[in-house]
Design a protein around this ligand. Structure first.
Ligand SMILES: Cc1ncc(COP(=O)(O)O)c(C=O)c1O
Length: 381
């Protein structure tokens, strides 16, 4: 069933008339990429996350790839990633020639398990990529301790986590870098887009170079002063730029992000209040979500429930309600069966893969539609 045919789609991007007018204003400007809007977006993003540097890029996968490059990760290295994540987290590792090593998750938070990280460390391990799944911050105190004890780098995958805080510190500030996605399903969208935050000047400068073919001068800089053709290239670079239209959209979205995330939290709390008494369902923890961007609402349909997760999915779909599973774990995908390793049994991710279901969660989800979803869950369970 197509998204638009559903009565309650699983996701809807939030782009309003104000966003569209901001994009239109930029569409006829001189510098359509790597220009002043990008600088403004970076500067506001840096303020929002309270980080020293922010570098706009084409998506979160390129943000991860640049971060791994900046830390010198390459062939013969290993990088630890959680089993429960989108493939991009591990793909970025493969892009450097290194091997992704898959760790199990913590069943309560669905985030990477620090105990499993420890089981996967070898002499080849260079970095860990914790993913703040659904927006819930990982246990960064434990992960930082492991990284310090074993001299490992941390790259935070914050694709789900814009507006997630741990002890009032925005996620992405605990590791060497934090990598954000602005894909249409995310809390802030630029359609395609991403951002790296870091508190390390060297990494920020490296990221600015490598996102633009390694050129030592940007388009705006070259055509504003001196000889436009005068630049150097010292490192292999990529085209990982974020253009001006997307930057204008990002800026406009950032202005309302706190309000939109608050609406998500209300939706989260309403689901929890109405589903709490159903036997066999495990609901996400409110304590965890109070710190989070509330990117996804993921419940677990355990074997004690009246029906299985797959039956619930089908029942919702039959009634015009979109839902999905985040994610098919990495160890189930052919690419990672061949190219990744794991030294732990992945017991928790195997168990929860059959149980998890993500329900509709977006700021414009109406109470009527949310009640409709709840009614159809209750009448089967
Ligand atoms: C956890 C996670 N990491 C990385 C990515 C990659 O983001 P992008 O599509 O912006 O490259 C995604 C996107 O869905 C994601 O969910």
């Amino acid at each position: 069933m197509k998204n638009k045919q559903l009565k309650v789609p699983f996701f809807l991007p939030y782009v309003d008339n104000f966003d569209i007018s901001e994009i239109k204003k930029i569409a006829s400007s001189t510098f359509l990429t790597n220009g002043p809007k990008l600088e403004e977006f970076e500067s506001q993003f840096k303020k929002f996350t309270n980080s020293k540097y922010a570098v706009g890029v084409s998506n979160a996968t390129s943000a991860l790839h640049i971060s791994l490059n900046a830390l010198g990760v390459s062939k013969n290295d290993e990088v630890i990633v959680p089993d429960l994540t989108f493939a991009a987290t591990a793909n970025a590792v493969l892009q450097t020639g290194a091997t992704p090593v898959i760790a199990d998750i913590d069943e309560n938070t669905l985030n990477i398990s620090p105990t499993s990280i420890l089981k996967n460390i070898t002499k080849k391990t260079k970095a860990i990529i914790p993913v703040h799944f659904a927006g819930v911050p990982c246990d960064m105190a434990k992960i930082k301790k492991i990284s310090n004890d074993h001299s490992l780098k941390i790259i935070e995958d914050c694709a789900h986590a814009i507006g997630s805080y741990l002890d009032k510190i925005h996620v992405g500030n605990f590791g060497e870098t934090g990598c954000f996605s602005f894909y249409p399903t995310k809390n802030l969208t630029t359609i395609e887009g991403g951002m790296i935050i870091t508190n390390n000047k060297k990494i920020a400068n490296f990221a600015k170079l490598i996102r633009n073919h390694g050129l030592t001068r940007t388009l705006m800089n070259r055509y504003s002063s001196g000889k436009p053709w005068e630049y150097d290239i010292k490192n292999i670079g990529y085209n990982y730029r974020l253009d001006e239209l997307r930057s204008a959209l990002g800026l406009s979205q950032l202005k309302k992000l706190k309000i939109l995330n608050k609406k998500r939290l209300n939706i989260f709390q309403y689901y929890n209040s109405k589903l709490i008494d159903i036997p066999g369902l495990i609901l996400p923890s409110e304590t965890d979500y109070l710190k989070s961007s509330c990117h996804l609402y993921v419940l677990r349909v355990t074997h004690e429930a009246k029906i299985t997760r797959n039956e619930l999915f089908k029942h919702l779909q039959k009634n015009g309600i979109g839902s999905t599973v985040h994610y098919k774990p990495l160890h189930e995908l052919s690419l990672f069966k061949k190219k990744a390793l794991h030294r732990d049994q992945l017991k928790s991710s195997k168990t929860i893969y059959d149980e998890i279901l993500s329900l509709p969660m977006y700021p414009q989800l109406s109470k009527t539609n949310q009640n409709y979803v709840i009614k159809h869950i209750r009448n089967k369970l």
